[in-house]
Design a protein around this ligand. Structure first.
Ligand SMILES: [Cu+2]
Length: 156
């Protein structure tokens, strides 16, 4: 084996071990992001967020129709104390198409196993996948369009 071949072999091995290392780093799971967001209403005019616990979700508390920030990859539980039947909470894209939510309308991500929507009376739980996040624009009450605020997505 001549010197040039040895040098090539060395470079190859270096590259291989580097990529093996970065794969190992990627394999370590990120911390789980989870939050519970409790919302309520003021008549048919506005939603408000009354509390947030956990990580990755942010909003002004007790202010009308606040912007809500959610982190991609997080799993979020919205407890809708205004009542899922009275003020069904939907999440929409820019074209006002329902992505997911509590109304009876069809949502584009209803059957996405990664989003994994769970319903329990006034509670909706879902995972903000990259794909869902790329379309997510706002939340709205399916009955009262004025009950509406923007959603900002945060990169994880
Ligand atoms: Cu409403």
């Amino acid at each position: 084996m001549n010197l040039s071949r040895l040098a090539h072999l060395f470079i190859l091995l270096t590259l291989l071990s580097y990529s093996a290392c970065s794969q190992n780093t990627d394999a370590i799971p990120d911390e789980v992001i989870e939050a519970t967001i409790i919302i309520d209403n003021n008549g048919a005019r506005e939603y408000m967020v009354t509390s947030i616990s956990g990580d990755g979700a942010f909003s002004d508390i007790d202010s009308p129709n606040p912007e809500i920030e959610l982190t991609i990859g997080g799993r979020y539980t919205f407890i809708n104390n205004s009542g899922a039947n009275s003020h069904p909470l939907d999440f929409r894209n820019k074209d006002r198409a329902k992505l997911i939510g509590q109304s009876r309308n069809t949502g584009l991500f209803d059957d996405d196993p990664a989003v994994n929507i769970l319903f329990d009376e006034d509670i909706i739980t879902f995972t903000l996948t990259e794909q869902l996040a790329s379309g997510l624009f706002d939340y709205v009450c399916a009955f009262h369009p004025g009950m509406n605020g923007s959603i900002t997505v945060i990169e994880n």
